[in-house]
Design a protein around this ligand. Structure first.
Ligand code: CP
Length: 292
């Protein structure tokens, strides 16, 4: 029976998150040649899916990957029937992404689940690697200001960040076009005003798969994206992050992607270590990571 501990953020989860960070810092992980992990991605992914795959390879796990395009879902099989089929195969750990918010409430499995992103609700492993990247940069988290800019309304990355960062003493501000953000939100700050006050600028892409709003890339970049002109307004020590995938020329230009303030490649690099640390804790403690 799996005991679900990290279902939601509670006081004891704070220590669990620091435990994950310490394990990632030590960079010494156990080997699990007898464990089989199923990576079930019902939505497209490059970073999350393949950083899990690489993390599993580094820990000598056996892993299988699923994408619906080449599965019996094309013949009418449901999400739940698909998951249950993998459970019957005898899987030791599930990594699942799905477009539906809190999809995990519909399933009860005899192996732990790591949520690799659900709808616009939560992206726990992205939040962990983002916090870890920020902590490595600044030494600690408390007292920092993070500005999240872009399609905040449809972003599970923003949802997790806003839910959890404040628990670590981080002030979160948001900005972006009025169609993609609630300008009445207490945390809303105009684009021009947000740039000089943040330690971290976290850019988000427009989630075209979740709505039909269209934006001209050049205009968007001018008014809500980072470029060689407005990057000069950032604090000296500020860094630029982006969960990816980036739409180059829109929320970020190629020059800013490669800028010395950009930590986007470091986020991807840290994602492997963080997922290794997380899987070790999940396997050892037999817990799920469903929501952060
Ligand atoms: N950040 C993130 O979730 O990227 P992928 O969709 O490529 O996994």
């Amino acid at each position: 029976m799996v005991v679900k501990i990290i279902k939601s953020f509670e006081n004891d989860n704070m220590s669990m998150i620091y435990e994950i960070f310490e394990l990632a810092d030590r960079n010494e992980f156990k080997s699990y040649p007898d464990k089989i992990v199923a990576n079930l991605f019902f939505e497209p992914s490059t970073r999350t899916h393949f950083s899990f795959k690489i993390a599993q390879a580094k820990m000598d796990m056996k892993s299988v990957s699923f994408t619906p395009e080449f599965s019996s879902m094309q013949k009418g099989e449901t999400f739940i029937q698909t998951i249950k089929t993998f459970e019957s195969f005898g899987v030791d750990l599930f990594v699942i992404r799905h477009k539906e918010d809190e999809y995990y409430k519909k399933i009860n499995l005899n192996a732990p689940i790591i949520n690799a992103g659900d709808g616009i609700s939560s992206h726990p492993t992205q939040l962990l690697l983002d916090l870890y990247t920020i902590k490595k940069e600044f030494g600690s988290l408390s007292g920092l200001t993070v500005g999240i800019i872009g399609d905040v309304k449809h972003s599970r990355v923003a949802m997790s960040a806003r839910r959890i960062m404040k628990k670590f003493g981080i002030k979160v501000l948001i900005s972006g076009p009025p169609e993609l953000i609630d300008i009445k939100d207490d945390c809303y700050v105009e684009f021009k005003k947000i740039l000089p006050v943040c330690d971290v600028i976290m850019l988000l892409r427009i989630q075209h798969e979740r709505h039909k709003l269209l934006f001209n890339a050049k205009n968007y970049n001018k008014f809500y994206g980072l470029n060689s002109e407005n990057v000069l307004f950032l604090k000296n020590e500020a860094i630029i992050m982006h969960p990816g995938p980036c739409n180059i020329g829109m929320e970020i230009t190629q020059k800013i992607f490669e800028h010395n303030k950009s930590r986007i490649s470091e986020q991807v690099e840290n994602g492997v270590k963080i997922r290794m640390a997380l899987m070790q804790i999940v396997i050892e403690k037999k817990i799920d990571l469903l929501k952060l």
